[in-house]
Design a protein around this ligand. Structure first.
Ligand SMILES: [Zn+2]
Length: 846
């Protein structure tokens, strides 16, 4: 250890920054003089500053302009309008023939086509950096890798250009990358300050890790909730790379990590063993040598998880390639002290450059092998499907066209083949209607993705999870589905079916009607209210004779009376039609308030929907993920403006200007007693407070609500543990993220729009509340046997049974709606989003 300390101190302090960029990063290279180096172009050596994204893009443009070995393609734009780019490097002949190379490569992923001559095909390598924007050595290494590969005249670079198409994605998260770069650049001192407590090394909320909507993009490869990954995955399937490098940073005191990851426990059981046991070890040798040559230490086979398909290093493994995660101990800033001395930014960049170059070398040396593996992967998918007792899955929600379409889109985006269901069928107690349900056969090249979408997994080889242990997307979407023993579908679905909205003809109507069952019904309601339309809702079902015949409207359905409006009939009709188009909703109309069955339209069970005015507290101490999920939901699914206000500004808020306050998980201890009294006053006079997870614990600690935690009888704790076992013991008690079945009261305003009284929910916390003391105020409660998928310890499973998932505390004439699970998790829990919409629009009805 002492010896290493001396060595690394020598490397860090002596070699940099006293030596110029070329000597530090490329001591033995000859570069083409006609191509500007990053230092020439930026005016500073890489490592001196965090390079701004626009500057980097202009450098890539310059490289592509200066050389026939490279091209730059803009494939999309982020939320903040930064271009999402792919920088391609190969030899000039390959660059001229990219389309030919691409189409030939794609033959490998279709087992029905003859295998092309793989000996002549270049390796397709995607190097992807900065999915976490505050892991900055990665993008700087992308710049150096691009420069080296374009400009170096070495045999090594030449060989790679000849035998590979290198696709560099310099930042998967450009918006977060610039947020962090600006932070560290604006706090840089002269000379640099290494003290970990210096402001440069401590970002404020939200961190650069996340994108515009505060999402972790390294969880989004499966859900595709964000534009960056929607763009990336579309592009990904146009290439199916053989190798994908996914570059990260970790804590400053850590060294370097590369794969293989921890055997079995952090592996995805549906990925072929060959990937883990053979290919990863083949590649690891290259990374070890590259870092050994620099005297940089590293570790493998520990800690990092590689099981969740939404990671950038796992998704490629489920697409026949090799996904590789790299983690460098961060300087987070320009230099930071660590247990091994000062870590400079340049030092971290050099390690990432070394493994980037090693990835290219390995991919080229193993290219024939990797091509054959890509073909074999999709061939074995078909043979494995043959052994699966599920021959197909049928899915579809009879009442929710929008959610069906969202799920269909997800399947198509992941290249899963879907077919029409040609007959009504019932299976496992669910019914699937022709035209409103679809068939997914298991026997198809994307068989393993089909399993990822539908299969529930409850047995694991480990009990410690870095992240989620369950990701069954059909459950997240809340889509009814069932396994089938035979596959019989009609035409293949190649694009989303057209919507037939069928707006009522001109007529003398008493009311327009809309069903709340559709996912985008809240968007309709918001657009109507925005247009000044008075909207009512029913607390009980009724059947109305409409322009399209008798139709049942369940609780929560919207009634737009043509009387009682500020708009005249023509204006009203235009406003309703515009909102219906804008939200893709069906509208019915009736000429009579007298219902065919159930209550009439003038019943006391029908009441006006108040226009919600919503405020969410955010900032230091609150969960940026949860807050971001809510912001994203309101923007992209409802289109409704919502004030997001920093907790530190609470003293300036008049809560009486708002109907609804949202508290994401977090710590609100900064609120003064006067501010808490204002909150209590507003609540008792009718406010609606929506509280998520640990925010409910804070409300309980302040006695704003007086509910009860669930504890079980003294658990069997071991008397003694070995010191080495502590992590496993603690880890097993966590709930990293798993899926449960809960009962839903569809007569409660929170249950409006749901047709089933069972609902899958997502949990990643160990907060257990008893049901509300008021008997009818626990609309969502765990069943007695709730586990659907994922890992949970036996004692936690005991606690969770029959506990509350969503419940309401009454406070004076106001109420607190507690979400103990996360209904908006990762922008992908479409099945539980409506609970949250109901809390916003119907909060004052419960
Ligand atoms: Zn990371």
């Amino acid at each position: 250890m002492q010896k290493y300390y001396l060595l690394s101190a020598l490397l860090l302090v002596v070699l940099f920054p006293s030596m110029a960029q070329k000597d530090y990063f490329f001591p033995d290279e000859t570069f083409s003089p006609s191509i500007p180096s990053p230092e020439d172009y930026f005016g500073y050596p890489i490592g001196d500053w965090h390079t701004r994204y626009d500057l980097m893009i202009s450098y890539f443009e310059k490289l592509a302009e200066s050389s026939d070995r490279a091209s730059l393609e803009v494939i999309g734009y982020t939320n903040q309008r930064r271009p999402i780019v792919v920088f391609t490097i190969s030899n000039p002949a390959n660059i001229q023939n990219l389309e030919g190379i691409r189409t030939q490569h794609l033959r490998l992923v279709d087992p029905s086509l003859a295998l092309p001559d793989v000996s002549k095909m270049p390796a397709i390598v995607n190097l992807a950096y900065s999915v976490h924007g505050n892991e900055p050595s990665t993008t700087e290494a992308a710049i150096l890798t691009a420069y080296w590969l374009v400009a170096s005249e070495s045999d090594k670079a030449k060989n790679i250009r000849e035998n590979a198409v290198v696709l560099i994605d310099p930042a998967i998260n450009p918006d977060g990358r610039d947020r962090h770069s600006n932070w560290v650049n604006m706090h840089k001192s002269f000379p640099a300050v290494a003290d970990p407590l210096d402001r440069e090394h401590n970002e404020i909320w939200p961190s650069g890790r996340v994108n515009h909507y505060w999402f972790d993009l390294n969880r989004d490869w499966l859900p595709l909730a964000q534009v960056e990954l929607q763009t990336k995955i579309k592009w990904y399937h146009s290439w199916y790379p053989n190798v994908v490098g996914d570059f990260h940073e970790m804590g400053t005191n850590s060294t370097y990590f590369f794969e293989p990851t921890k055997p079995f426990g952090s592996e995805n059981p549906i990925i072929p063993r060959k990937n883990y046991e053979e290919i990863n070890n083949k590649f690891a040798g290259y990374f070890a040598k590259a870092l050994d040559d620099l005297g940089s230490l590293y570790w493998t086979k520990e800690v990092f998880d590689n099981s969740y398909p939404g990671y950038g290093s796992t998704y490629p493994d489920i697409q026949g390639g090799l996904g590789l995660v790299f983690e460098q101990g961060s300087s987070r800033g320009h230099v930071q002290s660590s247990q091994r001395g000062d870590i400079t930014f340049a030092f971290t960049i050099r390690n990432q450059l070394a493994t980037s170059m090693a990835t290219l070398e390995a991919a080229v040396n193993e290219r024939e092998y990797m091509h054959r593996y890509l073909r074999e992967y999709f061939e074995t998918a078909i043979t494995e499907a043959g052994k699966d007792k599920s021959k197909a899955y049928v899915f579809g929600d009879e009442y929710d066209e929008s959610r069906n379409r969202l799920f269909l889109k997800l399947l198509l985006d992941h290249k899963i083949k879907v077919f029409e269901n040609q007959k009504d069928l019932s299976s496992e107690g669910k019914s699937f209607k022709k035209g409103k349900s679809w068939i997914v056969p298991t026997s198809q090249p994307q068989y393993r993705m089909v399993r990822t979408m539908f299969e529930k997994v409850t047995t694991f080889s480990d009990s410690v999870f870095y992240d989620a242990s369950s990701w069954t997307m059909a459950l997240a979407y809340g889509i009814p589905y069932s396994s089938q023993s035979a596959a019989a579908g009609g035409n293949e679905i190649l694009a989303l079916p057209e919507l037939d909205l069928n707006f009522p003809e001109l007529g003398k109507y008493v009311a327009y009607l809309a069903d709340w069952s559709d996912y985008f019904a809240p968007k309709l309601l918001h657009q109507l209210q925005e247009a000044g339309v008075h909207v009512e809702t029913t607390a009980v079902p009724f059947t109305s004779n409409t322009n399209q015949g008798a139709k049942e409207f369940p609780a929560g359905s919207l009634i737009i009376p043509t009387g009682f409006q500020k708009l005249n009939p023509e204006e009203l009709r235009a406003a309703v039609q515009k909102a219906a188009d804008g939200s893709s909703q069906h509208i019915w109309a009736t000429t009579t308030g007298f219902s065919a069955k159930g209550i009439d339209l003038g019943s006391n069970n029908v009441s006006a929907v108040t226009v919600p005015k919503v405020l969410m507290l955010i900032g230091q101490g609150t969960s940026q993920y949860e807050a971001g999920e809510i912001w994203h939901l309101m923007d992209t699914k409802v289109g409704m403006p919502m004030s997001k206000v920093d907790v530190s500004l609470f003293g300036r808020i008049n809560l009486f200007d708002f109907t609804t306050l949202i508290l994401p998980s977090g710590n609100y201890n900064a609120l003064t007693s006067g501010q808490i009294n204002h909150l209590k006053d507003w609540l008792s006079k009718g406010g609606t407070l929506i509280s998520l997870r640990s925010a409910s614990q804070w409300l309980q600690s302040q006695e704003i609500v007086k509910e009860e935690y669930l504890t079980v009888d003294a658990e069997k704790e071991p008397d003694l543990l070995s010191f080495a076992n502590q992590r496993n013991y603690q880890g097993a008690k966590n709930i990293g993220g798993s899926i449960y079945l809960a009962n839903l009261d569809t007569s409660h305003p929170l249950g409006y729009g749901y047709r089933s009284n069972e609902i899958p929910v997502y949990r990643n916390s160990t907060i257990f509340f008893k049901p509300s003391k008021i008997k009818y105020q626990t609309p969502v409660r765990y069943t007695a046997n709730p586990l659907l998928g994922g890992y949970i310890s036996d004692s936690n499973l005991e606690k969770i049974k029959s506990s509350a998932s969503v419940f309401v505390s009454e406070v004076g004439s106001g109420r607190v709606i507690h979400f103990i699970d996360n209904p908006n998790f990762r922008g992908t829990w479409f099945g539980t989003n409506k609970l949250f919409f109901n809390a916003i629009f119907f909060g004052n009805k419960m």
